[in-house]
Design a binder for this molecule. Structure first.
Ligand SMILES: Cc1ncc(COP(=O)(O)O)c(C=O)c1O
Length: 483
C-alpha cells in the first residue's frame, strides 16, 4: 500500500464512506505528455519489451498530435504520410468529416449507447447494411468490438451448424485470426501461441494447397469447419488463385463442411471488392469484418453468416441465447459510426478507388523492383493491400557491415524492411507496416482515400532511399541508433 494513503481505520465514519481520489491524470494532462514521459509510462504500465522495438525503429520519438485524411501531424508540426493505415483499419482516412459529424450529432442529441435491454435502431440498421453489402444469403449478423471477437463468433456458429459432435476445425499455415484463446489456436504463430493451452480440435494445412485440404477433409469425417483468411495479411500479403477458392467451395459442399472466410484485414473494399472472396465468384458460409468497419473512430467487429447456417446454430428459442451479444456489441455511437462509414465507402467510391490507386501503386513498385532487383524480391497484392518483399540479406550482407550488424537485435539481422521502414519515417515522413511472420515484408495498407499523388510521393521516396544502396541504408540506420 502507498505510504501516503490513509487507511479506513484512520478516518471518521462519514469520511471513510468517501473514497480518496487516487493520483489520476486528467485528459489535459494526457494531451500534454511529452515523448519522454510517454516512454516512461509505457514501460511502467504497458509493455517494456515492446518499447524496446519501438525505440529500435525510432518510433518512440514521435508524438502524434492530430490526424486528417492520409496524414498524421506530430509534435513538431511534421506531416507523416500514412501507408500503414492501422493494418487496414483506416479505409476512410483519419477523422473523416462525415463520420465525425455523425458522431457529433449522436452526442448532441443525447442518444443512448447500450443495446441490450431494448431493441437498438442503430444495431439493427447496421446489421441490415452489412447484409446488404454481402452477397448471397450472408444475412445474419453478430456485432462485437474486435476482429478476434468476430472470428470467435464465426468459428462458433460454424462449429454448431456443422452438426459434428467432436467438430474439428481446419486452419492454414501462416494464418492470423486474432489473439483471444479460441482463435489463437487457429493462428499459426509459435510466438503468439507461446506456451498457452490451446483448443485441441484443429488440423493445420498449407495455405493455397487444395490437395492438402482435400486429403484432410476426406481422411477425417470430424472435420466440420475450414477457416481461412482470403488474403493472408500477417503472413505477408499471400493470396491463392481462383481455382483454389472454387475448389474450397466445392470440397466444403461435397463434405458438408462449413467455410469461414476471415475478411477482417482484406475485407471492406481493401482489395478492390467489398469482400476479397468476391474476386473469385464464390461465397463462404460465414465471414467476419472489423478494422475499417469502425471507420477509424470506433471499435466494431461483425460476424456475418448465411441464414440457414445461423438458424441451424442458434435458430430455436432454446439455443438463441447461447450466442447473444456481449455488453458492447452493437453499442450506439459505434454502430452509428459504422453505418455512416459504410455510406461514405459507397458515396465516395472508395472501393473503386482502392482498385484504381492500388493498381497504380503495384505498377510503380514493379518498376522500382526492376531498377533494384538485388534489393526487392517481390511486389504482390491487390487493391490497397500490397506486400513489398525485400531480398533476405542474412547471408549476403556486405562484409563491411557484418561486424556492426552482429551487434543489432536478432529481429533486425539481415532484414531490410526494418532499416528501410525506419528511414522512410525518419527522412521521408512516411509510415509503413512491418510483418511479424516474414521480417522481409513491408505491408502497405494506406487508407482507401489514397490518391495517385500519395502513391507517387511514397514511390519517389522509396526510389530515392534505395538509390543510396544497401551500405548507406544500413549505415544510416546504425547512425540513427547512436543519435
Ligand atoms: C485477418 C485477421 N483476423 C483477425 C484479426 C484480429 O483482429 P483484432 O486485432 O481486432 O482482434 C486480425 C488483426 O490483425 C486480422 O488481421
Amino acid at each position: 500500500m502507498l505510504a501516503n494513503v490513509a487507511t479506513k481505520q484512520d478516518m471518521p465514519e462519514a469520511e471513510a464512506m468517501q473514497s480518496t481520489k487516487p493520483d489520476l491524470m486528467t485528459v489535459e494532462d494526457a494531451k500534454a505528455l511529452d515523448t519522454k514521459s510517454m516512454a516512461e509510462l509505457f514501460k511502467d504500465h504497458i509493455n517494456p519489451g515492446q518499447f524496446h522495438f519501438m525505440k529500435l525503429l525510432g518510433f518512440h520519438k514521435v508524438k502524434i498530435e492530430t490526424a486528417e485524411g492520409m496524414y498524421y501531424t506530430d509534435q513538431n508540426g511534421r506531416k507523416i504520410l500514412d501507408f500503414f493505415g492501422g493494418f487496414g483499419s483506416l479505409a476512410h482516412g483519419h477523422n473523416h468529416p462525415r463520420v465525425i459529424a455523425a458522431r457529433q450529432r449522436f452526442q448532441d442529441e443525447d442518444r443512448h449507447e447500450i443495446a441490450i435491454a431494448f431493441l437498438s435502431q442503430y444495431a439493427t440498421a447496421l446489421a441490415k447494411n452489412l447484409a446488404a453489402c454481402s452477397p448471397g444469403d450472408l444475412d445474419m449478423v453478430f456485432l462485437g468490438s474486435t476482429g478476434s471477437e468476430a472470428m470467435e463468433a464465426a468459428v462458433k456458429v460454424a462449429e454448431r451448424a456443422s452438426g459434428r459432435k467432436n467438430c474439428k476445425v481446419v486452419y492454414a499455415e501462416n494464418s492470423f485470426h486474432g489473439k483471444t484463446k479460441g482463435v489463437l489456436s487457429l493462428t499459426d504463430s509459435e510466438l503468439y501461441q507461446g506456451d498457452f493451452q490451446l483448443v485441441g480440435n484443429r488440423v493445420k494445412v498449407p495455405f493455397g494447397d487444395l490437395q492438402a485440404l482435400s486429403n484432410a477433409i476426406k481422411s477425417d469425417p470430424d472435420i466440420g469447419v475450414v477457416v481461412l483468411e482470403t488474403v493472408q495479411g500477417g503472413g505477408g500479403i499471400i493470396s491463392a488463385p481462383e481455382s483454389y477458392w472454387k475448389g474450397v467451395r466445392e470440397l466444403c459442399d461435397q463434405h458438408n463442411v462449413l467455410w469461414v472466410a476471415d475478411e477482417v484485414q482484406c475485407g471492406y473494399g481493401r482489395t478492390g471488392k467489398f469482400y476479397a472472396f468476391e474476386h473469385y465468384g464464390v461465397v463462404p458460409d460465414v465471414t467476419a469484418l472489423a478494422k475499417s468497419l469502425g471507420a477509424g473512430k470506433a471499435a466494431v467487429g461483425a460476424m456475418i453468416a448465411k441464414r440457414d447456417v445461423y438458424m441451424k446454430a442458434y435458430g430455436s428459442p432454446k439455443t438463441a441465447m447461447i450466442h447473444a451479444q456481449a455488453t458492447f456489441g452493437g453499442i450506439g455511437e459505434a454502430s452509428v459510426t459504422a453505418i455512416e462509414g459504410l455510406n461514405v465507402l459507397y458515396d465516395e467510391d472508395l472501393i473503386e478507388n482502392s482498385a484504381r490507386v492500388g493498381a497504380h501503386l503495384i505498377a510503380r513498385l514493379k518498376q522500382i523492383q526492376e531498377k533494384y532487383p538485388k534489393i526487392i524480391k517481390d511486389v504482390r497484392g491487390q487493391g490497397l493491400m500490397v506486400g513489398l518483399e525485400f531480398q533476405d540479406f542474412s547471408q549476403t550482407m556486405p562484409m563491411v557491415l557484418r561486424p556492426v550488424l552482429a551487434m543489432l537485435d536478432e529481429k533486425l539481422k539481415g532484414s531490410l524492411s526494418g532499416f528501410i521502414g525506419a528511414q522512410l519515417l525518419r527522412d521521408y515522413d512516411i509510415l509503413v507496416a512491418f510483418t511479424e511472420y516474414n521480417r522481409n515484408v513491408i505491408r502497405l495498407e494506406p487508407p482507401l482515400v489514397c490518391t495517385k499523388e500519395n502513391v507517387d510521393t511514397f514511390c519517389d521516396a522509396l526510389d530515392d532511399l534505395l538509390s543510396k544502396g544497401i551500405v548507406s541504408i544500413v549505415n544510416g540506420f546504425i547512425k540513427s541508433q547512436a543519435g
